[in-house]
Design a protein around this ligand. Structure first.
Ligand SMILES: [Zn+2]
Length: 161
């Protein structure tokens, strides 16, 4: 992403000289579209534009941020938004990672028990039509030995004692 200070300076110069270039146009023109932060920021600005257009009517020009305080406040607000979006994206990544792990485990255990991966709970399931409860299919030998036998052995020992 382009250096924020230089952007700030350009924005101030532009508005000071009476140019029609708005802060957001300037930012958008300066952003490196390859950087993920830039894409987020650009989307945010675009959305803000759309919100303002829809609330103020299409003929209204995009407002200028005239004072340095306004520009700085806008920057801080945007930086915060980008930070929040990044945190959300990290959360989503983590959730996907966990989901992937759970799916893998679910597939192994259902195969160990001869169940469909939907456990017979999905009537639209293309593999079992909702009938794939444990024992419906032949259990996978290797997975059965890995996940089920140890539990069976413990239960047998408990009964003996
Ligand atoms: Zn199924």
């Amino acid at each position: 992403m382009a250096d924020l200070n230089s952007l700030l300076l350009q924005a101030l110069t532009a508005s000071g000289s009476g140019s029609n270039l708005s802060m957001r146009e300037l930012l958008l023109s300066q952003l490196d579209s390859d950087a993920p932060e830039a894409a987020l920021l650009a989307n945010y600005l675009k959305q803000q534009d759309e919100n303002e257009l829809s609330s103020e009517g299409e003929d209204d020009p995009i407002p200028l941020y005239r004072s340095p305080q306004e520009v700085e406040a806008k920057f801080e607000e945007m930086a915060k938004t980008v930070q929040e979006l990044r945190a959300r994206l990290d959360e989503v990544d983590q959730i996907y990672e966990e989901l992937e792990e759970l799916r893998e485990r679910d597939e192994m255990i259902s195969a160990a028990l001869g169940a469909c991966y939907c456990w017979g709970r999905n009537r639209q399931c293309p593999d079992c039509n909702g009938r794939g409860r444990p024992g419906t299919f032949l259990p996978d030998d290797r997975l059965f030995a890995k996940f089920v036998l140890p539990a069976v052995q413990v239960m047998k020992q408990r009964k003996k004692a």
